[in-house]
Design a protein around this ligand. Structure first.
Ligand SMILES: Cc1ncc(COP(=O)(O)O)c(C=O)c1O
Length: 610
């Protein structure tokens, strides 16, 4: 594919923040040339001599390089894949083994958590968010589903609670020296707003890939934004190093008692607001700060109420850690719900969760999209994926256990939606609700077969249809249908099958939904074609680096990218690699450093593209 060998005209996947170099706080491993493109630095003056900055337990993941730069030291936690722990949607898994006496005795300073939550000053900046009944959803599920509207907070998420709670406890001297944090999302806005309220200087380190809209909203709150590093880990390493150098207080996003206590005020409000017996509270889990805080409060005052974590099935670091009885690190993490895309949960948050939470429900990307739609229909609000996670978990749990007549609470934790993501959300929401199915049927390539197919599909509403003649004998059509009742879909499948029209349900395949449905019609049997899904980092040069790795030695036979508002660009690539060169190909793919997975043998690829 010749076009890819040329310098790319900045396709969407390479869009980036305009960056301007103003001063010289730069990791030494960047060359002058790349600095101008990669780092936007507005450095506030260092303020004082060293005072011990408040650093989190994950401090040990950062090391200084000999040349005073920042590097991210590899974590020594066991590395596991998200796939190693999967269970049906709605099932309460990862139920922790309590270390002591049903979880009542082992967490140190349990009373301290309770009293601190009760006396927290978060209301200087946060509101007591309403607890609202979701009427339509309640009716549909046969339970009273209550929404704890943290998406209505100033800055549109609960994160300001924890940040403010920690910062409000700093001494005058510490506040004068300023604070620093690293975040590409809601924590950044929380820290910025808290700093504004407390009149202190805040520096926020964000990866260079952070969308402009996010870093601008932080800057508008008066904080100094530093765009630095390609990943969150690098931005964090920078922030921790600078905290030491400038004696700023590092404000961690989740793993600090004061942050956890601040988030715990959500639990306190629920207990106060809820009339009548409460069955369970569903809480989205990233690093675990929100759920640890809620559990620390609720399990002390109402131990009968279940506190249930919800994670995306490809970002299940807490479920895996609880399952293994120790903190583990995900080898890769799904980025769709970016607010909870965490590879490793916190140390303090893990200890609290192991003692106090009831387990973790896992949900799919489709289910999260369906819950965003539910919320829109319910309250005309648009939640970000992490913000809708708990609702998806609550719904799945009610269905899985056939729960009826109970009060359940789901925390709608944030509404900072990346607008570009809405396209994917609308595409997948009906699939997530099981109201749309993606199918493929094999027809004979002869006159009249299309008409016969349409007659058999009958009354089903077709929402998508793809067909292109590609062989003399058989044709594959890819299509989606609206589904009112599962039995309608099954009846249609039987009609097709009884007329010898082989039909496949592809609804569960992300490969089909993300890529193959857009590639239909380009079928050709390409020799030695290896198919891979790569996650390209969204930075200038990512595509050229990829091409330098494989081209011109191997021909690129397929390339598909569709922006989904994610941090990494999800790209499907076909490359022609001879069998004898496979080992070298794998080595090169590894050295490229982008996450990738081989999908050549995926049966849906074989069906649709061969
Ligand atoms: C919207 C939203 N929901 C949930 C979470 C998860 O919170 P925690 O990291 O405390 O588990 C975050 C974290 O930033 C978030 O932004």
């Amino acid at each position: 594919m010749e076009g890819l060998r040329l310098a790319p005209p900045q396709p969407t996947l390479l869009h980036r923040t305009e960056t301007v170099l103003r001063t010289s706080f730069i990791g030494p491993h960047f060359t002058k040339k790349c600095i101008a493109h990669r780092i936007r630095v507005s450095v506030s003056k260092p303020t004082a001599e060293v005072s011990s900055p408040t650093l989190t337990s994950s401090e040990d993941t950062v090391a200084s390089s000999p040349s005073q730069g920042f590097v991210v030291a590899p974590s020594d936690r066991p590395r596991v894949s998200a796939n190693s722990l999967q269970y049906p949607s709605g099932y309460l898994g990862a139920v922790p083994e309590r270390s002591v006496d049903e979880g009542k005795g082992d967490v140190k300073n349990a009373m301290e958590y309770l009293t601190n939550i009760l006396s927290s000053k978060v209301y200087d900046v946060a509101i007591e968010s309403p607890l609202q009944l979701a009427t339509k959803l309640s009716e549909r599920l046969g339970n009273q589903v209550w929404l704890k509207r943290e998406d209505l907070q100033p800055v549109f998420s609960f994160k300001l609670r924890g940040a403010y709670n920690m910062m409000a406890k700093l001494t005058k001297e510490q506040l004068e020296k300023g604070v620093i944090c690293s975040s590409a999302g809601n924590h950044a806005q929380g820290v910025a707003l808290a700093a504004k309220k407390l009149g202190c200087n805040a520096v926020i380190a964000m990866p260079v890939t952070t969308p402009e809209i996010k870093w601008q909203s932080v800057e508008r709150l008066g904080a100094t934004v530093v765009l630095v590093g390609d990943s969150y880990d690098e931005a964090q390493a920078y922030a921790k190093k600078r905290a030491k150098e400038e004696s700023r207080t590092f404000i961690p996003p989740f793993d600090h008692p004061d942050v956890i206590m601040g988030q715990g005020t959500v639990g306190m409000e629920i207990v106060r607001q809820m009339q009548g017996p409460l069955h369970a509270i569903f809480v989205p889990v990233g690093g675990g700060g929100l759920i640890a805080g809620i559990a620390a409060y609720v399990k002390r005052v109402s131990p009968e109420v279940k506190v249930i974590g919800v994670e995306p099935s490809d970002a299940n670091a807490m479920a895996l850690s609880l399952h293994h009885g120790e903190r583990v690190m995900l080898d890769k993490v799904g980025g769709f719900a970016d607010g909870v895309a965490v590879k490793e949960v916190g140390e303090e948050t893990f200890c609290l969760c192991r003692e106090l939470v009831d387990g973790v429900v896992l949900v799919s990307r489709d289910a999260i999209c369906a819950s965003i739609k539910d919320m829109f229909e319910e309250k005309r609000s648009i939640l970000e994926p992490a913000g809708a996670l708990a609702l998806a978990g609550a719904e799945a749990y009610c269905k899985y256990y056939g729960l009826k007549g109970k009060n359940i609470v789901a925390i709608t934790s944030g509404a900072n939606m990346n607008f570009d993501k809405l396209r994917v959300v609308t595409e997948l929401a009906n699939v997530g609700r099981k109201q749309e199915a993606v199918l493929a049927t094999i027809l004979a390539e002869k006159p009249g077969s299309f008409k016969q197919f349409c007659e058999l599909v009958g009354p089903m509403n077709i929402t998508e249809f793809k067909y292109r003649c590609s062989s003399d004998k058989a044709a594959v059509v890819l299509y989606s249908v609206g589904v009112h009742m599962v039995s309608d879909l099954e009846a249609m499948r039987q009609r097709l099958e009884s007329s010898q029209l082989r039909t496949y349900n592809l609804t569960a395949s992300d490969l089909v939904k993300d890529h193959l449905r857009y590639l239909m019609g380009g079928r050709l049997n390409v020799e030695n074609e290896v198919l891979c899904r790569f996650v390209f980092p969204e930075r200038p040069g990512a595509l050229m680096k990829f091409l330098d790795t494989f081209s011109p030695q191997w021909n690129i036979s397929l390339f598909h990218y569709r922006g989904q508002g994610e941090t990494g660009a999800n790209v499907l690539v076909g490359i022609q690699v001879g069998k004898s060169e496979m080992e070298e190909f794998i080595q090169r793919s590894e050295s490229l450093g982008y996450e990738y997975v081989l999908v050549t043998n995926d049966s849906n690829f074989q069906l649709l593209m061969h």
